[in-house]
Design a protein around this ligand. Structure first.
Ligand code: ZN
Ligand code: FE
Length: 257
């Protein structure tokens, strides 16, 4: 499975998955259709699946135009997004499995950013590593805003993702990394891995490179929203009860600039 990252709108990423054996393609969270259609044309591939993580317009905006061109493509989304995702055919719950090419993805139910949010995890096979498509749940250095969920729900969602193998590549849906790391340093400034990451990320952005994908291991070492049980984060939050730590730092981030 080859993964192509398309940068669209102001800071969104859309991912085109291509299976060279069958020359079929899938797309994760098509914010808009045109760049996806151009990529499919370049590959000469048939679109068979749209994997949506949640209903927001910058994740499903391209669904209708893609289905118009590829009417047989199947639209997947969370069971609780019923009615909110255009052309949705399959309603997934945590623990479900979906196939693409020679890979099988496990579905995680990860509410918090929205109440219906799901993530797609393709486990490693042989020497090919695992891939996680997590929409607006986990970001490089941060996490999604809590529009429809509680801190406890988001913490539980991120706890599920924290248990994935450290070398899992994390394909999140926005390039928010520098802003996220700036906040991370405000709450975990003595963390040498985080300091090093900021320097590396700034250099990457200056070269015009993407900071996505990241990895689960890097997020566990440097992302404050994956570190609610670390002393430095608890000190910044002024509390050591996990849900409350999470709520405090999420609230601080909402008001951070
Ligand atoms: Zn969103
Ligand atoms: Fe988004």
């Amino acid at each position: 499975m080859n993964i192509y990252r398309l940068a669209v709108l102001s800071d969104n990423y859309v991912f085109v998955l291509h299976d060279p054996e069958t020359n079929t393609a899938a797309v994760v969270d098509p914010a808009i259709a045109e760049p996806v259609l151009a990529k499919l044309e370049e590959l000469g591939a048939d679109l068979v699946a749209i994997f949506n993580t949640h209903h927001h317009g910058d994740h499903v905006g391209g669904n209708s135009a893609l289905i118009k061109k590829f009417p047989n493509a199947i639209v997947y989304g969370g069971e609780k997004d019923n009615g909110r995702i255009p052309h949705q055919k399959v309603f997934l719950r945590g623990g479900d499995r979906v196939n693409f090419g020679d890979r099988e993805a496990q579905v995680f139910f990860v509410p918090g950013h929205t109440y219906a949010h799901i993530a797609y995890y393709f486990p490693a096979i042989g020497d090919v590593g695992g891939e996680l498509f997590c929409g607006d749940t986990l970001f490089a250095g941060g996490c999604g805003r809590l529009f429809e969920g509680t801190p406890a729900e988001m913490l539980n969602s991120l706890e599920q993702l924290r248990q994935l193998p450290e070398d899992t590549r994390v394909w999140c849906a926005h390039e928010y990394t520098l802003g996220n790391l700036k906040f991370a340093l405000a709450v975990d400034g003595d963390n040498p891995d985080l300091q090093e990451r900021m320097v590396a990320a700034q250099a990457m952005r200056q070269r015009g490179e993407s900071t996505v994908p990241t990895t689960i291991g890097l997020e566990k070492r440097t992302n404050p929203f994956m570190r609610w049980d670390f002393p430095a984060i608890q000190r910044s939050a002024g509390i050591d009860i996990p849900d409350r730590v999470f709520a405090r730092i999420r609230g601080q981030k909402d008001n951070f600039s």
